[in-house]
Ligand binder design. Structure first.
Ligand code: TIU
Length: 229
């Protein structure tokens, strides 16, 4: 077991039964002209998450641990996009409309790709999802069950929308969930702070949060003092 200094208390995990789930580090949420900006958001906040997510990916890859990426997107014919999602509000462009990075939030379009800094490598698993949660209408649950995964380390954007929804879905399915604090961002800093607080309140009602530094320290400690089996 690796033991991480986390909130609300220590978080222990067995790497063989753990996966990193990086939520929606897509151009559509991070770059100008994408879905996030069409909704009226200040996308500059997303920049803070890029280096920590990249470092977290590097850490999991160095250890040879399981890495999963998700992408929020829809089929070109919008058959998996409920009108309630497409028609909501007054965005400058709607899902499926033509934008500067191709059609907004459509699978296969440039805007729906993961940003180069966080792109999947070496056949890492990529889950395409039509909703905010990573389990809804995807094969993620079966995939994790097949691999005997019990613990999920979360990162990505945005904290209170797709990250929190996915973490709550995972928590209800019995996974132990840890969110890495620097490796997630919101368009609203106060929503990020509130989400971290509500996840770890009530004795970890949804899960734990920890800094990337705390995870790195836990790994170094483990390397120096290998557990006696
Ligand atoms: N709008 C917003 O904050 N987020 C989303 O629509 N999707 C994700 O969080 N990925």
């Amino acid at each position: 077991m690796i033991k991480v200094d986390a909130t609300p208390f220590e978080f222990g995990f067995d790497p063989a039964r753990t996966a990193l789930v990086v939520i929606d580090m897509q151009r559509d949420f991070i770059e100008p002209g994408g879905f996030g900006e069409t909704l009226g958001n200040d996308i500059s906040h997303m920049q803070r998450a890029i280096a920590p997510v990249r470092d977290l990916l590097a850490l999991f890859r160095q250890q040879g641990w399981l890495v999963i990426h998700t992408r929020e997107n829809h089929a070109g014919d919008l058959s998996d996009c409920p009108p309630a999602k497409r028609d909501r509000g007054s965005p400058s462009l709607r899902i499926g409309d033509d934008g500067p990075m191709g059609r907004i939030l459509i699978r296969g379009e440039p805007g729906a790709e993961i940003i180069p800094d966080c792109a999947p490598v070496n056949g890492e698993i990529v889950i395409d999802k039509p909703g905010k949660g990573a389990f809804y209408a995807t094969g993620l649950g079966d995939l994790l069950a097949d691999r005997g995964i019990r613990t999920l380390v979360f990162a990505g954007v945005t904290t209170e929308v797709c990250v929190q929804t996915s973490m709550r879905e995972a928590n209800d399915r019995g996974f132990e969930c840890l969110l890495i604090e620097e490796a997630t961002e919101s368009y609203f800093p106060e929503f990020k702070a509130a989400t971290l607080d509500m996840i770890r309140a009530q004795g970890g009602i949804v899960g734990w949060t920890a800094s990337l530094a705390a995870l790195k320290t836990a790994l170094e400690r483990q390397t120096r003092q290998p557990e006696v089996l």
